[in-house]
Design a protein around this ligand. Structure first.
Ligand code: AMP
Length: 428
């Protein structure tokens, strides 16, 4: 089915064709007509499925159809969990709007930088505002933004918004919105708290499951390689050199590990940079830009920093440390094999993390043969007293041997969201 048959105007069709998109992905085919028909949408779509264009194209069409929003207002609001994802979404909107017959005002707002330019940008009103929740509320508190006239709300990566603890901010934002509006919720996973939020927000939504097989579904070769935890950097080096990997995204558990592993690789002659939340905005964007531009072969990142980043044609992802939450496994491997391209996702498994990987397999219903690489045979013993792991979906999961530490018992996100939304306590 061509893009033109989805009801999009020529200017937008031309922009996607120029990007090399030959046909809509499944999430685009399902979501674009629904959004144009003003329906609410509940989409289960991972990064790499083409979900950004699935909401950006119809929202742009609506902007072209309607007039500009008034001063300090916006027609559509896209909430994104991280500044990187926000920037990326803003760039996508700009690219798709390239041939628009009239100017579309797209504003991106996120924390960690001065609020003044963002306030200035909103003065003349926006068609599209892409923002992280905290900065959005700052803008409201500074009287730079009124949301009473909002037409469409998009929650992108809703699961991550809640994982990052934005439940209270979201509840506050929902209070500021007009009762009559369109709501679009995109999430790679639907744990109970996201489910609760979807039910609270969406009215009679069109439900879309886009992660299933399709021509554009990711093709990801998953590998599980056994290795002593102390020899993981050596194995990583070996694999990069033996396979001639030109671009590898390596996930580790802590900020310290990003720096440490990147340093060890550099010492071994492999150019690598760290990406974590405590880097300044400039250092983060340098590392990302160099990696995206293929000037940097290895990026060592934490989940937080790497979430939602779209790196085209990324061939390899390595789980140096396993993700603490089993949901994050899908997010991580989704960095590769994007929009139909093939990718490889390698997980390092030591005796101490074997039980946790087994949980990930069980949760996502797959089973990988364990591989051993010659010269890296395992000598470590499994720990005798294993800390009990909670199942999937529960971010309290403990992974013995992971340097990220163990998350403690705390109020569930579902409870926090319910409380924040004024619905009292939930029973899990
Ligand atoms: P997203 O899931 O929105 O992060 O998009 C993942 C990648 O797929 C991006 O690099 C897009 O440029 C690309 N993409 C989106 N839609 C299509 C399409 N219809 N055909 C080919 N590539 C696409």
């Amino acid at each position: 089915m061509p893009f033109a048959s989805l009801g999009l105007p020529d200017a937008l069709v031309r922009a996607v064709e120029e990007r090399g998109y030959r046909a809509p992905t499944p999430v685009q085919s399902a979501a674009i007509p629904a959004i144009l028909a003003n329906a609410d949408v509940w989409a289960c779509a991972h990064t790499g499925s083409g979900k950004t264009a699935a909401f950006a194209l119809p929202l742009l069409q609506k902007c072209l159809d309607g007039g500009p929003a008034g001063p300090n207002q916006t027609q559509a609001l896209i909430l994104a969990p991280t500044r990187e994802l926000g920037i990326q979404i803003g760039e996508s909107f700009r690219r798709y709007a390239r041939f628009a017959p009239s100017a579309v005002r797209i504003v991106t707002a996120f924390g960690g930088v001065s609020i003044n330019p963002q306030m200035m940008a909103l003065r003349g009103g926006a068609n599209i505002l892409v923002a992280t929740p905290g900065r959005l509320l700052d803008l409201v508190d500074h009287n730079a933004l009124r949301l009473g006239g909002l037409q469409t709300l998009v929650l992108d990566e809703a699961d991550r918004l809640l994982d990052l603890g934005f439940a209270d901010e979201l509840a506050r934002i929902f209070e500021l919105l007009p009762a009559r509006r369109q709501n679009l919720l995109f999430s790679a996973t639907f744990p109970p708290d996201v489910h609760a939020m979807a039910e609270y927000l969406l009215r009679d939504p069109v439900r879309i499951e886009a992660s299933s097989a399709s021509s554009a579904a990711p093709i990801i070769l998953q590998r599980a390689i056994q290795v002593d935890s102390t020899r993981r950097t050596q194995l990583l080096r070996h694999l990069i050199q033996a396979h001639g990997w030109t671009r590898t995204l390596v996930f580790v558990a802590t900020r310290y590990a990003t720096e440490h592993v990147a340093l060890k690789l550099r010492r071994a002659g492999i150019d690598a940079a760290a990406l974590h939340g405590e880097l300044g905005p400039w250092a983060r964007s340098q590392a990302l830009t160099n990696f995206k531009a293929q000037r940097l072969p290895v990026l060592v990142a934490t989940d937080l920093a790497a979430r939602g980043i779209d790196i085209e044609l990324l061939p390899v992802v390595v789980n140096y440390d396993l993700p603490r939450s089993t949901h994050d496994y899908l997010h991580r491997i989704g960095r590769t094999g994007r929009a139909g391209a093939q990718g490889v996702a390698v997980s390092f498994i030591s005796p101490a993390t074997e039980a946790h990987f087994h949980l990930i397999e069980k949760r996502h219903q797959f089973e990988l043969a364990r591989e051993t690489i010659e010269g890296f045979e395992v000598t470590e013993m499994a720990p005798s007293a294993t800390i009990s792991s909670h199942d999937a979906g529960n971010p309290i999961t403990a992974i013995p041997g992971n340097t990220g530490g163990i998350k403690g018992k705390r109020k569930s996100k579902k409870d926090r969201l319910r409380e924040a939304l004024g619905k009292g306590s939930a029973s899990d």
